[in-house]
Design a binder for this molecule. Structure first.
Ligand code: GAP
Length: 436
């Protein structure tokens, strides 16, 4: 990597140029803190989500999945504490009129103009409100969910019954959440619409500390082993007791060393029995778990793991970013772990003409059954390699005029740029071996 420090601008312009991420509604001037994922970005995002699902749900016997709706009964958000407590305190600077979070004032001064006179702090609800129902009298105020986990708590009994799981067990889901964030910068790091990957693990109260440790370790290992994030760019940041959320007994953040500094990408919380108790009280429905073997009845405690999809994508992009020089030519490269690389293989006929397409196209069609691949026959080969390096494609396969005779192709590896020549009929197995 060059000595130049990576900036978020570098990542966001690469993201735009190569079809990862665009500003939402750009042709209308954009909508702040809302982002669209392009053809390459959506593949990366899906890979991150699928990898999480594989590790948290599919490879475990004790976690099941679900997908709850974004709109929920409004009382859910009273019970969860969001209606009463999910707000920021805002002030307006009397000098430059900027609206600032009170806790973001720098030594009591406006971060924009340095002024020190403000309006009285006012509560600003962070949940988006909308209305359900078509007639004036039948309309009901509802909220867009600010976190996915409440759908899990509310359905805890139903899911436990149908899945025949016994405590300890977990319920996981991935879905959209919405927060009317006041501070909106840092590219996709803090958005108003984003996705969460949340897992609520229900345990006996006496086992909560043990499971908290288990999940802290499992989630830490996930970033390093499954996503391939560099260990030195990650740290665990436990919350001080005085900073714990009202529902939590213990909490730790996994932080990444972003260009703008260390920031949270995932939280692991011991939420006690707070949520289930609240929903039991507000709904009037019992959420008590009955252990059929011991006869014990209790409200389970919850260990939560809560990660943001966009923050994981940004982590993956920042961590993979590199620049080097090959044969005197600078290149930008995303060294994604092949688990999450958006395009796994690119297929290039050396030239459009000369019958190479008849070999390249069937190969591409075969490989696309297994992986997301790209076919590129335009421009010189060097430029085609550069394009794939910039989106992090691990392997490029080139079909040249010798292929017609020797039935072999050249495979070029992204990071080392090393090339091997192998038989056309061996390409798929060779890639299967390396793209496990
Ligand atoms: N259920 C617990 C919960 O929602 P949180 O710390 O508020 O906890 C969990 O959010 C994760 O969701 C964060 O670690 C972050 O990755 C992601 N997240 C939260 N707010 C976000 C936002 N405005 N934009 C993008 N990601 C966000």
């Amino acid at each position: 990597m060059s000595e130049k420090k990576l900036t978020l601008d570098t990542i966001s312009s690469l993201a735009k140029r190569r079809g990862f991420i665009f500003q939402s509604s750009e042709i209308y001037g954009g909508l702040a803190s809302c982002w669209d994922f392009g053809p390459i970005g959506v593949e990366l995002k899906n890979n991150v989500k699928n990898l999480w699902w594989k590790h948290v749900v599919r490879m475990r016997d004790d976690v099941v999945g679900m997908d709850s709706s974004i709109l929920m009964h409004p009382d859910v958000w009273v019970a969860s504490g969001h209606v009463g407590a999910f707000h920021d305190m805002l002030v307006d600077c009397l000098g430059c009129k900027t609206r600032v979070r009170e806790d973001h004032l720098v030594n009591g001064k406006c971060p924009r103009c340095g002024g020190s006179e403000f309006t009285e702090p006012q509560k600003f609800q962070l949940m988006f409100k909308t209305q359900a129902g078509s007639t004036e009298t039948g309309k009901m105020d509802v909220w867009l969910r600010p976190e996915t986990c409440q759908g899990i708590f509310v359905d805890f009994k139903a899911v436990q019954t149908v899945s025949r799981q016994k405590v300890p067990f977990g319920i996981a889901q991935i879905g959209k959440s919405f927060r009317n964030e006041v501070t909106t910068k840092s590219f996709i790091f803090r958005s108003r619409e984003f996705e969460q990957m949340e897992m609520e693990f229900f345990v006996h109260p006496d086992k909560a500390d043990e499971w908290y440790e288990h999940w802290r370790e499992a989630r830490w290992n996930f970033y390093i082993d499954a996503m391939g994030i560099k260990k030195e760019n990650l740290k665990l940041e436990p919350h001080k007791p005085e900073n714990l959320a009202h529902y939590a007994k213990a909490a730790v953040d996994i932080e990444y060393n972003f260009p703008m500094g260390w920031q949270e990408i995932e939280g692991i919380h011991n939420r006690t029995d707070f949520d289930l108790k609240q929903h039991q009280e507000h709904s009037g429905k019992s959420l008590i778990y009955h252990n059929q073997e011991t006869g014990e009845k209790y409200i389970p405690w919850v260990i939560e793991t809560s990660a943001g999809v966009e923050r994981s994508v940004l982590t993956a992009m920042c961590d993979a970013y590199d620049e080097d020089e090959i044969g005197g030519e600078k290149r930008t490269i995303l060294k994604f772990n092949s688990n999450i690389a958006p395009v796994k293989v690119a297929v290039f006929p050396l030239q459009k003409k000369g019958g190479l397409e008849e070999i390249a196209m069937p190969l591409y069609r075969t490989l696309m059954e297994k992986w997301f691949c790209q076919y590129d026959e335009a421009g010189n080969i060097g430029r085609r390699y550069r394009r794939q390096d910039e989106i992090g494609t691990p392997y490029c396969v080139t079909i040249d005029f010798d292929t017609i005779e020797d039935k072999a192709v050249t495979i070029r590896e992204r990071d080392t740029t090393e090339q091997v020549r192998i038989g056309l009929d061996k390409v798929k197995d060779w890639l299967v071996e390396r793209l496990k």
